[in-house]
Write a protein that binds this ligand. Structure first.
Ligand SMILES: *Cc1c(COP(=O)(O)O)cnc(C)c1O
Length: 358
């Protein structure tokens, strides 16, 4: 606390990112990074732009990247917004599209950055409890009078940190029932097993779909995310972005991200590899007695009936294995475990086997 801080800074409760320790031989399964590297074409594109052209500012409109993203989703570039990671895209979404008179609605168990943005931008919110199976109940997101009206709705699909997916028809019901407000679907993990709502964008002017290159494209270190939606929504985001930082993506990020979006073949094989490893990990965790929520993401959310989440996480850490543990109501006994390489899974399972025997 400092007397030089303004009132808002003094009240902030910032997001705590998963640790990034630099420890040798660490089995790092705590921040949902992809276990394999990005496409070689991405590395080549970045290398090709590592030259004197770095003296120039990047294209503030990111035209080439937006064109590539639009093409992949059969949309127009005016329906695409890009930012410095989807966290930045989401920040602008809260500021430009969700800061309304009424509270924004999201699940009680969800991406913990959402309430942080609400604090930063002074937006009221209402946390809607997931059901006993940790699923979103569609009915809770339809205007029903009892809870008043929402100023906006946001949820991840698949949800984080549960990994549970919603079918597209459920997402569409929520979007269709709320034509007067923006409904944001945060699809950070969609490529690992859920259906994207991108196909609905031409139909619903209130739908915004947010993606990241950090997870399924193996580019967490490059910081690129994007939003897909009606040109009016994209223009709103552009107005905020151009009032904040005109150049959120540098030359290397633009080149690398464009190459990543265009390399469909590499994308397909690397996401399939993660899905296969997830299926194997779920089976073996279940055999160890874990309850594993159905996952459509590159992580699993699991608890053991005989051990607290806290003690499992601490014991894994002592063996140089990092997983994510949230000390929060309803989910304190769960571990969120990122899908790693086969070798990492083996180390994790061996360690868990020992810990459970003790
Ligand atoms: C990882 C994640 C993000 C942020 O991704 P970046 O593009 O790396 O900022 C956004 N939403 C959810 C649900 C995530 O899990």
């Amino acid at each position: 606390m400092s007397r030089y801080w303004n009132k808002i800074v003094a009240t902030l409760d910032p997001y705590t990112p998963g640790e990034q320790p630099r420890i040798q031989d660490l089995v790092k399964l705590n921040t949902n990074e992809h276990p394999y590297g990005p496409s070689p074409k991405v590395l080549a594109a970045i290398a090709a732009h590592t030259n004197d052209s770095l003296r120039l500012y990047p294209d503030p409109t990111a035209a080439v990247l937006r064109q590539a993203i639009a093409k992949r989703f059969t949309l127009k570039p005016e329906q695409v917004f890009v930012g410095n990671g989807s966290d930045e895209v989401l920040a602008h979404v809260f500021h430009a599209l969700l800061k309304q008179e009424a509270p924004v609605w999201f699940p009680d168990i969800t991406y913990s950055f959402y309430p942080v943005y609400c604090g930063l931008y002074q937006i009221a919110h209402r946390a809607i409890p997931l059901d006993a199976q940790f699923k979103i109940r569609v009915e809770d997101y339809l205007p029903n009078g009892a809870q008043g009206t929402a100023g906006g709705i946001i949820f991840p699909n698949p949800n984080a940190p549960t990994g549970c997916a919603h079918v597209l028809s459920d997402v569409e019901r929520i979007v269709a029932a709320n034509p007067d407000i923006v409904v944001v679907v945060d699809e950070a993990y969609v490529d690992f097993g859920a259906q994207t709502a991108a196909s609905l964008i031409d139909q619903y002017p209130n739908l915004l779909v947010v993606h990241t290159l950090s997870k399924s494209r193996s580019l967490a270190g490059l910081r690129v995310g994007y939003a897909l939606g009606h040109p009016d929504l994209i223009q709103g985001l552009d107005r905020v972005k151009n009032s904040f930082n005109s150049y959120p993506l540098d030359n290397l990020a633009l080149a690398g991200a464009t190459a990543a979006i265009e390399d469909e073949e590499y994308f397909e094989q690397s996401r399939q590899a993660v899905i296969r490893s997830r299926q194997a990990l779920v089976q073996r965790l279940t055999a160890l007695g874990f309850e594993v929520l159905p996952s459509a993401a590159n992580f699993v959310f699991a608890r053991h009936p005989a051990h607290t989440g806290e003690s499992l996480a601490t014991n894994l850490r002592a063996r140089n294995i990092l997983v994510r543990h949230f000390n929060k109501p309803r989910i304190a006994d769960f571990l969120r475990i990122t899908i790693g390489t086969d070798l990492q899974s083996e180390k994790l399972l061996n360690a868990l086997g020992e810990i459970l025997k003790k």
